[in-house]
Design a binder for this molecule. Structure first.
Ligand code: AMP
Ligand code: GLY
Length: 418
C-alpha cells in the first residue's frame, strides 16, 4: 500500500518510520516532511494546511492511505478533503477534531458522556472570569478555548497572571486544578471499535525536576511500570469508548487517534484534555515499541474495519525518547546551528534519531526549530532504554543544545508511584 504522512514534526517522522517497517507498505511519502523523513521516504513541498492541495497530492500519488499528523490540518478539514476523493484517511473530520479544537466542546461531550474531568466554567466576560477564579481558587487553571499550539494553558498561583491570560482570550475555560501524575493514553478508533495503545508519560517542563516553563514536551517513555493495575481497561470503559460513542451519537463520528491526557488524582482518573491526533513526543517511544504492522492498523481504522484486524502488539521491554531542543527554547528558538553525531547515535548507540526542527543547508544538518530531534531507544527495561537513549544524546552535538537529564529516571528507579 502507498502511504502519505501529513506534517513535519517528530510525530510524523516516527509514524513514517513505523509505516516503512510494515511489510504491506510499499511506499512512504510525506508532505512537507523533514530531513529525517527524507532519508527513507519521498517528501513533497505541499502545504499541510491546504485541504485541496493535500487531497490532490494523495490522488496524484495514487495513495491508499493518508495519515494526518498535526491538529491544525485536521481542524482545517484536510481529512474530509482526502476522503471526498475516495481515499482512505487516518484522522478525524473537522467536526470531530473540535474535540481538540474547542475546549468548551470537549467539556460538553464529556458532560454528556459522563466522562470524569475537571469541573469547569466557560467564560466570555470579565465578570464571568472573576466569578470562576473566585469559585475555584488557586492554583488557577486557565485555558484558551481555541487551538493555541500548546500555549493556551496557564496554571498559576498568581491571580493577576491567571486574570491577564483569561482576559486575553476570546473565550476561556477556567477549571478545577487536578492534582496527581499525568498519563497520556492514546487509542486508535474507527468511530465504533476502540484499541488503546500502551500508556505513556510526557515531560512538559523545559528543565529537570519539572522546573521552568511548559514546552511541547521534552521527552517521553512507555510503558509505565508504576501505573495502577487495570488503568487501561478503566480508561477504555469510562473515557475512551463513551467519548467515541457520544461523538457518533452527535453525528460527528471520530475516526483516528483519540488522545486522552489524564490526571491520576486521589479522587480517581480524570481527563485533563483530549487531543485528536498522536502526541509528540509520546509517539516516538510508542512507535519504537510497536511490534505489529502500523499501516494495517491505521488503514483498518480509516476504513471502519478495525474489528477485522488484530489489536496492537508490543515488544517486551520499554522505550524512551529524549528531546534535544535548540538555544532559546521554549521562548524562542535558534536556527542554523550545525548538528553532528546523528549517525553515531544511530549506529553505535542503536537509537532512532527522530527529526523535528532540522533542515539541510549546504549539505549540513542544522537546527530549524525549537524541538530539534528526539533520540529514541528500546531496552529490556526502562533503565536500559534510558541508558541507550542518553548514550545517543551524548553522541549528538549542536551549539546551545538543551535536554533534560531525568527523562524516565524516577520510573526506571522504581520511584514513581500513584
Ligand atoms: P493542555 O494544553 O490542556 O494539555 O494543558 C497543558 C498542561 O497544563 C497539562 O499537561 C497539565 O500539566 C496542565 N493542566 C491542564 N489542565 C489542568 C488541570 N485542570 N489541573 C492541573 N493541571 C492542568
Ligand atoms: N505531548 C503533548 C502533546 O502532543 O500535546
Amino acid at each position: 500500500m502507498k502511504t502519505l504522512v501529513i506534517g513535519a514534526g517528530g510525530r510524523e517522522h516516527a509514524l513514517a518510520l513505523a509505516l516503512s517497517r510494515d511489510p504491506s507498505v510499499s511506499e512512504v511519502h510525506a508532505a512537507p516532511g523533514n530531513p529525517g523523513i527524507a532519508a527513507f521516504a519521498t517528501v513533497h513541498d505541499v502545504d499541510p494546511m491546504d485541504p485541496a492541495a493535500v487531497a490532490s497530492l494523495a490522488e496524484l500519488l495514487s495513495c491508499d492511505l493518508v495519515v494526518v499528523g498535526p491538529e491544525a490540518p485536521l481542524v482545517a478539514g484536510v481529512a474530509d478533503a482526502v476522503r471526498e476523493r475516495g481515499i482512505s484517511c487516518f484522522g478525524p473530520s473537522a467536526d470531530a477534531a473540535q474535540l481538540e479544537g474547542s475546549k468548551a466542546f470537549a467539556k460538553d461531550v464529556m458532560a454528556a458522556a459522563e466522562v470524569p474531568t475537571a469541573m469547569a466554567h466557560v467564560c466570555e466576560t470579565p465578570e464571568q472570569i472573576e466569578a470562576a477564579l473566585d469559585a475555584f481558587g488557586p492554583p488557577y487553571v486557565v485555558k484558551d478555548d481555541g487551538l493555541a499550539a500548546g500555549k493556551g494553558v496557564v496554571v498559576t498561583d498568581d491571580r493577576a497572571v491567571a486574570q491577564a491570560h483569561a482576559l486575553g482570550c476570546e473565550r476561556v475555560v477556567i477549571e478545577e486544578f487536578l492534582d496527581g501524575p499525568e498519563v497520556s493514553l492514546f487509542a486508535i478508533t474507527d468511530g465504533v471499535t476502540v484499541f488503546p495503545l500502551l500508556p505513556a508519560q510526557d515531560f512538559k517542563r523545559i528543565f529537570d525536576a519539572d522546573q521552568g516553563p511548559n514546552t511541547g514536551g521534552m521527552g517521553a517513555y512507555t510503558p509505565l511500570p508504576w501505573a495502577p493495575e487495570g488503568l487501561v481497561e478503566d480508561v477504555l470503559a469510562r473515557v475512551l469508548q463513551p467519548t467515541v460513542d457520544e461523538l457518533a451519537r452527535r453525528g460527528a463520528t471520530f475516526s483516528g487517534l483519540l488522545y486522552a491526557g489524564l490526571a491520576l488524582t486521589r479522587r480517581g482518573t480524570k481527563v485533563i484534555e483530549f487531543n485528536a491526533r498522536f502526541g509528540d513526543p509520546e509517539t516516538q517511544p510508542l512507535m519504537a515499541l510497536l511490534d505489529s504492522p502500523l499501516g494495517v492498523l491505521l488503514k483498518a481504522a480509516a476504513d471502519g474495519a478495525l474489528h477485522e484486524v488484530e489489536q496492537p502488539r508490543w515488544k517486551s521491554g520499554a522505550a524512551v525518547a529524549v528531546v534535544m531542543a535548540s538555544a532559546g527554547y521554549p521562548e524562542s528558538s535558534r536556527s542554523g546551528d550545525v548538528i553532528t553525531g546523528t549517525t553515531e547515535a544511530q549506529d553505535q548507540a542503536q537509537c532512532d534519531v527522530i527529526h523535528a526542527g532540522t533542515a539541510l543547508v549546504d549539505g549540513n544538518l542544522v537546527t530549524a526549530g525549537g524541538r530539534v530531534l528526539a533520540v529514541t531507544a528500546v531496552g529490556a527495561d526502562l533503565a536500559e532504554a534510558r541508558a541507550k537513549a542518553y548514550a545517543g544524546v551524548g553522541a549528538i552535538t549542536f551549539d546551545g543544545a538543551q535536554f533534560r537529564t531525568d527523562i524516565a529516571a524516577k520510573a526506571a528507579a522504581g520511584k514513581d508511584h500513584v
